[in-house]
Each structure stands twice: as structure tokens, then as C-alpha cells.
Design a protein around this ligand. Structure first.
Ligand SMILES: *Cc1c(COP(=O)(O)O)cnc(C)c1O
Length: 401
């Protein structure tokens, strides 16, 4: 049997109709970086204008009481249901991923006062590593670094060696930002809990493309970005999840008035607010939340399982094409071949990667360069066509050659 072509796959794509809902970039031939910054939805431009003219412009300060103050938890609950596998009351939208990871990591350490180590891998996203370095310096905690395979990520076996009765917290990514390795989240959670430690899962590179069951897996804390597969726009606010059983014990270090029990009492002395709201610090970024709500409408219609099915088909096609046209040029796959261990992107290594990506960007073919010599190809299931994958990889072959 011959393999299906990109055209066959596009013709059979159950999610193809969604592509027309997004703004088409001027002169963009292949957008292969939707995992770094998703495209905007067309309807978001209308909704932003309506919001400015009627809600902000019309309701003015009354808007806070009428709707805005509830958006961090309201949108959080929608994220929980659509993509996180989380029941209501455990997720808030706020801050940036970096700030939320800081808050959650400090909260976790405070829950394990007699333990002295944080476990993290050297290939985790830089902000995660730097935050842990800062927290270690601030709290006197020791970092226990894990080394992972270049084309893999953190495994249960690696954690088995690293996590002990000294471990307070493990911080790992659900999908590794470079290799695309997809963590065995239930297995990892089990091992960490067996050792009495807590897990903070960074879901920035999986949310909106890989289905999650945070509640069922028993994950303690999670945080992630909403400008990648959630198409929230540059600098869109992030989200944080805290497992129900821990919510009322969370003590986070940035004590602002909007995370306090009764913000409008304006009283003396900070008392943390009820439930997951206590993760908030200052005024929520309402404008930045509007595009996330639009994308959630689409994800709810498409269904996260159908999105994952297409995501796997996109990375399979990309791997097949890179074997046939990139490997002969000396490129090697730096991502898992097993689709069950792979997220929504792949990385291909080649010594000419940096120059090739610069050249491709000028032509409107947009992958990402990742040190030391990787070209990262990200596919956003609701916006990327199979034809776009093929065009992108053919252009990459010319640019590398
Ligand atoms: C993109 C990404 C971040 C980004 O954090 P910001 O605070 O939004 O800059 C953090 N962690 C991971 C794993 C990411 O992929």
C-alpha cells in the first residue's frame, strides 16, 4: 500500500473547515511555529472592538463587578473542562507562565518544609530552570539535575534515580519544548507521590494539542501558556492549576490585594482568598483573556481528542517527509518516533540550521531555530494543513542543501 499524500490527508481532514476561521498571514507560505505563537482568530478582531466600544467604553468601572472579576476563574474552569481534564475550582488565568511557576513552586516547597531538594532536567525550558535556580538561591534548597536523551525527555526510570525522601518538588514539562518528548504523566505522578514529593507540570507545550487528565492523574500543580496552541496572542495571560485537595493549603509568595480574602474591604493584614483565587496577586489582564475565550469556543467544538488525532497525523507526515528529503542531506531526527511519546512538534538537527531558518523566514516559510543546531517544526492542528507541512519541508530541504 502506498502512503497517503499530503493532498489525500487534507481531503480526509475532519478539522479542515476550522482553518478558514484564522487570519491568513500576508505572504506566509508555511507557518510551522504555531507552537510558539498561534495565529489569531478572525472573530477576535470583532470581539476586541466590541469589547472596547461597549464593555470597556460603555460599562467603564462597573465592568469589574458585572463580569471581569470572575473571568480569571471562569475562564480557568472552561480551560479545565476543555483541555486540562480538571473539574471547576482548580484553575485560574493570570500573570505569565514564569510568574505562575514561581508562585506554585514556592507554594509546593512550603508544603514540604522538611525536604531540601528540587528535581528538574537540564533540557527543560530555560525559564523553568532559571526560576528553580532563583528559588534555590532564595530558599537554600538544593537542585538535583537530570540529564535526558537529546531526542527524548524525562522518563519514569530517570526520576526513579533522582527522586528520594529528600525531594520536595519535581518540575517537568509535559511536552519537551525542543524534542517534543511527551511525558508519561500518570506514571511520573505515581512515582513522585510514592516518594512523598510534589509534582509541578509545565503544560505550555501540550495544552490545546495533547489531551490531559490532570485530576485523574493526580497532578499536584500545573501551569502553562495560552499564546501557543491556545492562540491567545503575544503575551496572553497564563493559567495555573492546583489539585482540589491542596487548594486551601496553598501559600504563594506574592501577596496582592486581589488574591486576598476580601479585596474591597481594603483592610489591614493579608488573609488569602478562598480556593484557587488566592493564586492571584494584582488586577487581572482582561483584554488579554478575550482571544483565549474565542479559541476555547473552537476547541470545544472540535474536541481535544480529534485535535490530538490530527496532531499525530501531522507529525507522522513530517517525519516521513524528513526521512525521505532531509535525511539524505545529513539531517537527523531529534524527536521521538513513537507517536505515543511525542507532542505536536518535531526537531530536525543539521549543521546549517541557523542559516537555513534565516533564509526561510525571508521566504515566508516559518519554522524555529533551536540551539545548538535544530530546526523545530511545530504544527497547530486547527490551523496547519498537511500541504503546508509538505511545502515547509521541501523548502527546508532547499535551504539546508
Ligand atoms: C513557552 C514556554 C514558557 C514561557 O513562559 P512565559 O512566562 O510565557 O515566557 C514556559 N515554559 C515552557 C515549557 C514553554 O514552552
Amino acid at each position: 500500500m502506498t502512503r497517503p499524500t499530503a493532498d489525500d490527508l487534507d481531503a480526509a481532514d475532519a478539522l479542515a473547515e476550522f482553518r478558514a476561521q484564522f487570519v491568513d498571514g500576508d505572504g506566509v507560505l508555511a507557518y510551522l511555529d504555531g507552537n510558539s505563537l498561534g495565529r489569531p482568530l478572525k472573530v477576535t478582531a470583532d470581539h476586541m472592538r466590541e469589547f472596547i466600544e461597549h464593555e470597556w467604553g460603555g460599562r467603564l468601572i462597573r465592568g469589574w463587578d458585572e463580569r471581569w472579576l470572575d473571568l480569571p476563574t471562569g475562564l480557568g474552569d472552561r480551560l479545565g473542562a476543555a483541555v486540562l481534564g480538571a473539574a471547576p475550582g482548580q484553575t485560574v488565568v493570570a500573570d505569565s507562565t514564569s510568574v505562575l511557576i514561581y508562585k506554585l513552586a514556592r507554594a509546593a516547597l512550603a508544603m514540604r518544609p522538611n525536604r531540601s531538594e528540587i528535581v528538574i532536567d537540564r533540557d527543560n525550558f530555560p525559564t523553568d530552570r532559571y526560576l528553580v535556580e532563583g528559588i534555590a538561591a532564595e530558599t537554600g534548597t538544593t537542585i538535583r539535575w537530570i540529564d535526558t536523551d537529546h531526542d527524548g525527555g524525562v522518563t519514569v526510570d530517570l526520576l526513579d534515580e533522582a527522586v528520594s525522601d529528600r525531594t520536595a518538588l519535581v518540575l517537568v514539562s509535559h511536552v519537551a519544548y525542543r524534542s517534543g518528548y511527551l511525558l508519561d504523566a500518570p506514571g511520573v505522578t505515581q512515582l513522585i507521590h510514592d516518594r512523598g514529593a510534589l509534582l509541578l507540570l509545565d503544560v505550555s507545550h501540550s495544552v490545546g494539542s495533547v489531551p490531559m487528565q490532570l485530576d485523574a492523574w493526580g497532578v499536584d500543580f500545573a501551569a502553562g501558556c495560552s499564546y501557543k496552541y491556545l492562540n491567545g496572542g503575544p503575551g496572553a495571560p497564563a493559567f495555573a492549576y492546583v489539585r482540589q485537595g491542596l487548594v486551601d493549603d496553598v501559600a504563594q509568595p506574592i501577596w496582592g490585594w486581589l488574591g486576598a480574602a476580601d479585596p474591597f474591604e481594603m483592610g489591614q493584614g493579608y488573609v488569602p482568598g478562598p480556593g484557587v483565587r488566592r493564586l492571584l496577586s494584582g488586577t487581572p489582564p482582561i483584554l488579554g483573556m478575550l482571544p483565549i475565550a474565542d479559541m476555547l469556543d473552537l476547541i470545544e467544538r472540535a474536541g481535544i481528542d480529534a485535535i490530538r488525532t490530527k496532531s499525530v497525523a501531522l507529525t507522522e507526515l513530517a517525519i516521513t517527509l524528513s526521512e525521505s528529503v532531509l535525511r539524505p542531506l545529513g539531517a537527523t531526527l531529534a524527536s521521538p518516533r513513537d507517536p505515543d511519546r511525542r507532542g505536536g512538534h518535531i526537531t530536525v538537527d543539521h549543521p546549517n540550521s541557523r542559516q537555513a531558518v534565516t533564509r526561510l523566514w525571508r521566504q515566508g516559510v516559518i519554522p524555529d531555530f533551536r540551539t545548538p543546531d535544530g530546526v523545530r517544526l511545530g504544527f497547530s492542528p486547527l490551523t496547519t494543513s498537511f500541504d503546508e507541512v509538505e511545502r515547509g519541508i521541501e523548502a527546508l530541504a532547499l535551504a539546508l542543501g
